[in-house]
Design a protein around this ligand. Structure first.
Ligand code: HEM
Length: 437
């Protein structure tokens, strides 16, 4: 009997593996998936599906951001009022704004967690299936990480309240400390020497159009590279085992192909890699489609719920004449702000510039090291896609120690810094201003 359901629904219930593969070939949206996926890659253990969660957070951000765009006005006179309108006049405006903000914070955290999992499973390795080159996807990932930070940071300014104004002022001061190009960089970022209308317009265009467009393009490339690299790194071991199985498969007993008895002989190799893969894998439809939809629903539900529970803050309107004390960067940059403060000190009459050391040099070195890591890692090929492989023990320890140090600095910046960046215990009142004030 002819199936009368719409075509896109029909594709989700294939009756044979052949139908499942055909659905992928015919459906544009499903083209992102391979025809088959190994059970190892499908499980939660291999990846925690963190990349997929990041992708769905980006979708939630794009959807909620598109609606916010109808109400927001990028002008210093009207931006704050338009956000106030969202909070008090627009139906569901408070929830929409809070959901967008929660998703933005979660995306930063999830993208970092995804990087950590890729590092700890050595899934960036250059040795892989024939034709694979995972370092390229690792570098695209690093670009995506920087874009995620930039997207979040540019969005910070848009409400045009005190928090926004001063966080961006602190960020611009750090950018200005770069040698030679620092001032030009600040000028480029702010459209002048201080935060004003040109800055708001630049951040608006970057946040709403350029950066999301670039991120979407890079994510598409990231996904395509995943296919070109033969799937997740954990799949390599299944494919290798299949190849190995084909090579060493023992002759099947009881059968001889002896050219009608004229020569001694056994069976031909009948253990093809595809046979083993068939056993170890399932068709992407419906397995991946179902999981991906489940992840999307869970991400949407968590963001919506947190959006209800955690309203987005809105402080006093931006006022260049009133500096909040302390002026703190967003949480994910607080470890840098803390480093800047720790590395600023006096040697005799000379002041060491912590803004350059902690804000530019150190993060630059860290990003450079991350980018070079696929070529510095000496672990064997079979270690790719394996959590905490013994051959990577030392590098994993250093990586986790650096990560913990950054988290500790973030906690210090969040909970233990008071006016003039002095150490204040949470139960203490702020100490008097230091003597140099
Ligand atoms: C907007 C940010 C990002 C998105 C949307 C994204 C998306 C994805 C997705 C969906 C996967 C498939 C596995 C999974 O679901 O976890 C994946 C794998 C991968 N990602 Fe990302 N990713 C992002 C950022 C990054 C970053 C920051 C890095 C590292 C610097 C990275 C490196 C990789 C690598 C190397 C793989 C292949 C992993 C493997 O073979 O096991 N990605 N990514």
């Amino acid at each position: 009997m002819k199936d009368r359901r719409p075509e896109f629904v029909r594709h989700f219930t294939p009756r044979t593996p052949r139908e499942a593969s055909d659905a992928i070939v015919r459906n544009f949206l499903l083209h992102a998936f391979p025809a088959r996926i190994t059970r190892a890659a499908l499980g939660w253990r291999a990846s925690g599906w963190l990349g997929t969660i990041a992708l769905h957070l980006f979708l939630v951000l794009s959807l909620t951001g598109a609606v916010l765009l109808f109400h927001y006005i990028p002008s210093v006179e009207r931006a704050y009022a338009s956000v106030k309108d969202l909070e008090f006049i627009v139906s569901f405006g408070t929830w929409l704004r809070a959901t967008h903000r929660v998703a933005a914070h979660l995306m930063v955290a999830v993208v970092v967690a995804h990087l950590v999992r890729v590092f700890l499973t050595g899934a960036y390795k250059k040795e892989g299936a024939p034709g694979a080159f995972r370092p390229l996807n690792w570098w695209i990932g690093i670009a995506l990480l920087l874009l995620t930070f930039l997207l979040s940071f540019t969005g910070y300014l848009l409400p045009w309240d005190q928090l926004a104004y001063w966080a961006v002022t602190v960020g611009a001061q750090i950018a200005a400390s770069a040698p030679l190009v620092g001032e030009a960089l600040r000028e480029l970022l702010l459209g002048g020497s201080s935060v004003g209308q040109p800055t708001l317009l630049r951040f608006y265009v970057l946040h709403c159009f350029l950066l999301p467009g670039l991120t979407a393009a890079l994510v598409a490339w990231h996904m395509w590279r995943l296919r070109k690299d033969g799937g997740l790194a954990v799949t390599d071991r299944v494919a290798d085992a299949a190849r190995e199985g084909a090579r060493v498969a023992p002759p099947a007993p009881g059968k001889t192909y002896t050219l009608m008895g004229s020569t001694p002989g056994a069976t031909v190799q009948a253990h093809a890699p595809s046979l083993l893969l068939e056993r170890e894998s399932v068709t992407a439809i419906p397995a991946v489609v179902r999981r991906s939809l489940a992840v999307f629903c869970a991400v949407l539900a968590v963001c919506s719920l947190l959006g209800l529970l955690l309203p987005a803050p809105l402080e006093e309107p931006a006022n260049p004449a009133v500096t909040p004390n302390p002026a703190k960067a967003p949480w994910y940059f607080l470890w840098l702000q803390e480093l800047v403060s720790l590395l600023t000190f006096r040697v005799g009459g000379f002041v060491v510039d912590g803004a350059f050391l902690g804000g530019i040099l150190l993060p630059g070195v860290l990003v450079g090291l991350l980018a070079a890591w696929p070529f510095l890692d000496r672990s064997p090929r079979e270690a790719a896609g394996v959590w905490f492989h013994p051959s990577r023990r030392r590098q994993n320890r250093v990586f986790l120690a650096l990560l913990l140090a950054a988290v500790a600095l973030m906690l210090v910046g969040t909970f233990f810094r008071g006016p003039y960046w002095a150490w204040v215990w949470p139960w203490e009142t702020a100490p008097p201003p230091p003597s140099w004030v």
